[in-house]
Design a protein around this ligand. Structure first.
Ligand code: S3P
Length: 166
């Protein structure tokens, strides 16, 4: 079986689903953001603050290459990883791309903590900012092989759905 790559907006449940799905498949779980934080010994918000978004995107691209070379893994990407078409190409080669989606309300609720997502913290009007960014990124998320809405589903239900799709 090929790797599974989870893409989608912030707060749709990529990390919680990814961990559970990996467990169920007997695969290793890789959270790209966590791997970047570990490699550079700083949090993503710290990296944004210190070096800016472009620097983070460079490191994200390197991490994308690194994780794509692994076998039997579930990869959880960052919400903006697929902004770069080259990243999409790399990820498509390594496995099935599954996009998780969710309603704006549920994204608002699941991302309510401040200080963890610099992209959202920089928004003047968080709700409108999410709506606009979702619309902008929609074509990128639409490149997935399979999409499912996680709004009313638990990570277990989402994982079961993905397994039945595979
Ligand atoms: C980002 C999403 C974050 C993280 C970074 C940028 C984005 O990941 O990679 O803060 O541009 O959407 P999550 O989707 O895991 O929150």
């Amino acid at each position: 079986m090929k790797n599974v790559v989870l893409i989608g907006f912030m707060g749709v449940g990529k990390s919680s689903t990814g961990r559970m799905l990996a467990n169920m498949l007997g695969f290793k779980f890789i959270d790209m953001d966590k791997a970047i934080e570990k490699k550079y010994s700083m949090t993503i918000p710290e990296m944004f603050k210190k070096y800016g978004e472009a620097y983070f995107r460079e490191k994200e691209k390197e991490m994308c290459r690194e994780v794509a070379s692994k076998k039997s893994v579930v990869i959880s990407t960052g919400g903006g990883t697929v902004k770069d078409p080259e990243n999409v190409e790399i990820l498509k080669r390594t496995g099935k791309i599954v996009c998780l989606a969710a309603s704006v309300d549920s994204i608002m609720e699941r991302t309510s903590a401040r200080g963890t997502r610099p992209i959202l913290d920089a928004m003047e009007d968080r709700r409108q900012g999410i709506i606009d960014l979702l619309a902008e990124r929609q074509p990128m998320y639409a490149q997935a092989d399979y999409t499912l809405d996680t709004t009313d589903l638990s990570p277990l239900q989402v994982s079961q759905d993905i397994i039945s799709y595979m």
